[in-house]
Design a protein around this ligand. Structure first.
Ligand code: MOS
Length: 646
């Protein structure tokens, strides 16, 4: 390929193509390879560090922040906690593996790709092959899970396109489960050092959070685990920083709540340790340090309903019955532990485009180049468009996942509902307005000469609010005027509010664990959550996202770890038999409340997005419950039996 160096075990060194999968597989062992062995850097403690200027979170957050005087804050503290928390390599395991079909027609390339971002794949492929973006078309009508691993175009996409060009035939390339450990991302290891100082009544005087994560020898990708620590609690003195260690492993990438999932484990564990040290209720400690505005930027929140989240979740859980003493609560012979943590995730809205067309039959056709990665995007976009157009949802056809459509952002960062939702909403309103203006201008329309503000649309029929019998359908009007579909395209860009307000979602997650005192087995009979993520477009799809995130949090806390042989860097457990994820039998009751929240600033539809916040705080809540049950503080995920008994 590019050169003859191999940077990690599992790195693609070639591709075998044949007319059947069996032929291709049979040919693989015929390829002769020889390697010269070199030293592999696999240790976080001794691996080379990336230069600080290469270390930056995605977006415009800086690598490091300082406010106040951290040394003075620690000196003034009556109580301090100071610990290191570590999280392991993890690997996304979407049920649908990464796969691409590449088809060349002359100089034009079409890719059918399982991706979270058709436009991102197009621009990366065009750059790699020195093509114009217009000559690459990417389609992805459904993606069978991505969770960040399908956020970009990995090497298999390029290999499929290269092979198709070489053979002059379409090529289909599907990664095996084993091939998904290494070449297509994963969550890096983190080593996080958190220091907290507080007065004896629980007011934070100092917060310090420094995080080191690994990247690869190929790129400096950062897991930004200290970002939430800048804004979650009020403290006059706070320091955050990030570093990267380069290891001989596959490049890590975004994995559900990249940064916040691992970062809240460290911060919210440390907050629990502080509550213990202060002999203070952990919810009371968080309320004592509640940030009424963003403590780092000084900006007001666009909205924040965290108090309500704490209140609803603690009530539904029955938190007031908690005996704070570790090992004090039992169910039969099982030790019972109750723990809690705060959840948070940024609310992002990016530029997005949509076209909405009202057809002569009165149905609508709405298109945006967003993606359906399993969150319910088809459903909610149809709902938004139908609502704005005054049509029942079954009369709206919403299409996505094609670079021939108006561009929308990558489906990541919990921003699809907010971003594509906004352009869908605006384009539907614009199409409706066009048709209404056409009716007002049409001498043959019952609405001729009416005031625009007086016209409403219900079930595809425009009528006057002041005189409901005066009206006609979209279909009647468009048909009478020659039957040309009425199209409105909107390129929506985020407003100035994005810079004026600090925009985040918040929640609370409370966990009950039962721990077997003899063998250390941990069960999770129930979790209670309350999240406020702006307007709820569809409680069923949103609740499903939250529950999915919480389930993954249980996996992160108890099961997940990609094991890498420390000498050769081989991925040891690269299949679903050995890479453990929760199954139904691991999951008890998850009581997920969506707190109704009005946000006038975040975007015109008031949506913050709920794809990722569910996993944030989850591992800490569980670890804190394990401490309460057993008196054992586990600062190294996953919390396996040996760490309980050891
Ligand atoms: Mo998500 S990890 O931002 O795809």
């Amino acid at each position: 390929l590019q050169d003859d160096r191999v940077f990690y075990n599992g790195q693609p060194i070639g591709i075998v193509v044949a007319d059947t999968l069996e032929h291709a597989r049979a040919a693989v062992p015929l390829v002769r390879t020889s390697y010269a062995t070199t030293h592999a850097e696999l240790d976080m403690a001794t691996g080379p560090k990336a230069p600080p200027e290469n270390v930056h979170p995605t977006g415009d957050e800086p690598r490091a922040t300082t406010r106040g005087d951290i040394d003075a804050g620690l000196r003034d503290a009556a109580v301090r906690v100071d610990h290191t928390y570590t999280t392991p390599f993890e690997t996304h395991n979407p049920m649908e593996p990464h796969n691409t079909v590449a088809v060349w027609e002359g100089s034009k390339l079409t890719l059918y790709d399982s991706t979270q971002g058709v436009f991102g794949v197009r621009s990366t492929v065009a750059r790699t092959f020195s093509m114009q973006p217009e000559d690459v078309r990417v389609l992805s009508p459904f993606t069978g899970g991505g969770f960040g691993s399908k956020g970009g175009a990995w090497s298999h996409v390029m290999l499929a396109a290269m092979a198709a060009r070489q053979t002059g035939r379409p090529v289909k390339l599907v990664l095996t489960r084993r091939q998904m450990f290494g070449p297509v991302g994963g969550r890096p290891r983190t080593v996080q050092h958190v220091t907290l100082g507080a007065t004896s009544d629980g007011q934070l005087t100092a917060i310090r959070h420094t995080s080191t994560s690994n990247s690869s020898m190929l790129e400096d990708w950062l897991e930004p685990s200290a970002l939430q620590t800048r804004m979650l609690y009020t403290s006059p003195n706070a320091v955050t920083d990030h570093a990267i260690v380069r290891l001989n492993v596959g490049s890590p990438t975004f994995m559900r709540a990249p940064g916040e999932s691992t970062g809240t484990y460290a911060l919210e564990s440390a907050m629990d340790e502080l509550a213990v040290a202060l002999d203070m209720d952990p919810v009371a400690l968080r309320l004592r340090n509640y940030a009424e505005h963003d403590p780092q930027s000084g900006k007001p929140w666009s909205s924040k309903s965290l108090r309500e989240c704490y209140q609803i979740a603690t009530e539904r859980f029955g938190w007031s019955k908690r005996n704070p003493m570790p090992r004090s609560m039992r169910d039969g012979r099982m030790l019972v532990g109750w723990g809690m943590a705060t959840a948070t995730y940024p609310a992002r809205t990016l530029a997005s485009s949509t076209s909405a067309t009202i057809l002569p039959d009165g149905n609508a056709w709405v298109r945006a180049g967003t993606q359906e990665i399993g969150c319910g995007t088809y459903t909610i976009m149809t709902q938004i468009a139908a609502d704005a157009l005054g049509l029942p949802p079954e009369r709206v056809r919403f299409e996505l996942g094609d670079t021939d459509m108006p561009p929308a952002p990558v489906s990541a960062g919990s921003m699809t509902a907010a971003s594509a939702g906004t352009s869908v909403y605006k384009s539907a309103l614009a199409a409706r307005q066009k048709v209404i203006r056409m009716a007002i201008a049409d001498a043959q329309s019952p609405l001729h000469g009416a005031s625009e503000a007086d016209v409403r649309v219900e079930n595809g029929r425009m009528s006057l609010a002041s005189s409901p019998s005066r009206g006609e359908t979209y279909s009647a009007l468009i048909t009478r005027n020659g039957g040309t579909p009425i199209e409105a395209r909107v390129d929506s860009t985020p407003g100035p509010e994005q810079k004026e307000y600090s925009m985040h979602s918040f929640g609370a997650i409370l966990t009950e664990v039962h721990v077997d005192p003899d063998v250390g087995e941990i069960r999770v009979p129930r979790i209670v959550t309350a999240h406020a993520v702006g307007r709820v477009l569809n409680s069923r799809t949103l609740q499903s996202q939250i529950i999915g995130g919480v389930v993954w949090g249980i996996g992160m806390a108890l099961l997940e770890e990609t094991l890498i042989d420390p000498h050769m860097g081989r991925y040891v457990n690269s299949d679903l038999a050995e890479y453990q994820v929760p199954v139904n039998a691991d999951i008890g009751t998850i009581d997920a409340t969506l707190v109704d929240e009005h946000d006038a600033y975040v975007n015109p539809i008031g949506v913050k997005g709920g794809g990722e916040i569910g996993i944030t705080g989850a591992a800490a809540s569980l670890a804190n419950a394990v401490y309460h049950a057993t008196g054992k503080r586990v600062r190294d995920l996953p919390i396996t039996l040996d760490k309980i008994l050891g």
